[in-house]
Design a protein around this ligand. Sequence first.
Ligand SMILES: Cc1cc2nc3c(=O)[nH]c(=O)nc-3n(C[C@H](O)[C@H](O)[C@H](O)COP(=O)(O)OP(=O)(O)OC[C@H]3O[C@@H](n4cnc5c(N)ncnc54)[C@H](O)[C@@H]3O)c2cc1C
Length: 365
Amino acid sequence: MTSQAYDIAIVGGGIMGCGTALGLAKGGMRPIVLEQDDIGQGASGVNAGTLSLQIKRVKLMPYALKGHHAWEAMGEAVGFHKTGGYTLAFNEREAALLHERMELKREAGAPITFVSPNELAAREPSLSRRVVAASYCPEDGYANSSLAGQYYRRMLREAEVPWRDRTRITSIEATGTGFILRAGEDVFHARRLLLACGGWLKDACEMIGVSLPVRARVNTVSVTERGPRLVGSVIGHATGLLTLKQKPNGTVLIGGGWQGEGTPQDGRGRVALSTVVPNLQLAQFAVPELRNLRVVRSWTGFEANVPDFYPLAGAAPGVKNAFILGCVRGGFTIGPYISQLMADFILGREPELPLFDPGRTFNLE
Ligand SMILES: Cc1cc2nc3c(=O)[nH]c(=O)nc-3n(C[C@H](O)[C@H](O)[C@H](O)COP(=O)(O)OP(=O)(O)OC[C@H]3O[C@@H](n4cnc5c(N)ncnc54)[C@H](O)[C@@H]3O)c2cc1C
């Protein structure tokens, strides 16, 4: 049985929860991070690791750029590689879509240019010759999500931020002066509360009586066996349905937001053959020599979104001293930065960029 008072209890030990905890500790607060599994083993530990400005929403571009720089600063400890990235179009309709989307992102500050199919073939000879248009962003790259938990764990330890693994919060009581959180026999007292529960955010908000239109998604990622060098850059598709990168060890990681099955309450979800197959076919279409490599594993993870696909980052509507952070699409990229903004907000400072009021979503069902 634990009963201690903290300045803030953070429920969820992913990038969002850990990143905010570090910012708060730096600002002089005493947070505790409470994680139902192990730190960094939710979406933050199983994602495809793509850091691509080309697949972020236009309004999130400044956040994504700052996120890229944050990952770059973490460097080797998180397997960061700035490789540049190409987004491909295979027909005129996709080319029009590519131009329309990338122009807007360019206007929003992403250093995106267009390259001709011949230029592309010279730079990435293993890509399909059926590309009719392509865009390029030198900022794009990837980090290794399986190192994120380890990294944040070390950072928490160095900042002397306590955390508890295997601690699933099942009830939260608002007392007027703070919160009482319960996980089995364990009880935690805190003056403030941050819910950073990823795919489980809807349930967590309901514990404090806040009902938001949060939906869980089950994203799929696959990895091949090691092979000869095929591509050096991060590769995407105009529709957003493909991300592909080859790691230094020769394995190729393939994603694109294809949906598996299951719910966050079920565990990690299940891979659906009906979506893995078209994902791999698209990858093979983009890099024909991929057909020589076997896929050794596919897996899923949960993330959440709201109907307008913008983050929830701000005060919990109607609950004093409670805050919500989640539903950040491309949250691996943006996480280290938006969690810093969140920490500033909780510390009573003006965040460098605006946050995203969760209360706006009440009318979005
Ligand atoms: C398969 C997949 C691929 C992706 N690929 C990319 C990509 O390539 N690039 C990119 O930028 N983004 C990607 N994303 C999105 C990105 O991973 C997420 O947006 C980001 O990791 C979310 O971080 P988080 O901290 O909000 O959530 P999480 O990392 O899921 O952390 C939330 C934590 O809360 C814990 N929790 C929940 N409820 C409770 C409770 N009641 N008590 C205690 N703990 C609780 C969970 O166990 C979990 O660890 C991908 C996501 C998935 C699932």
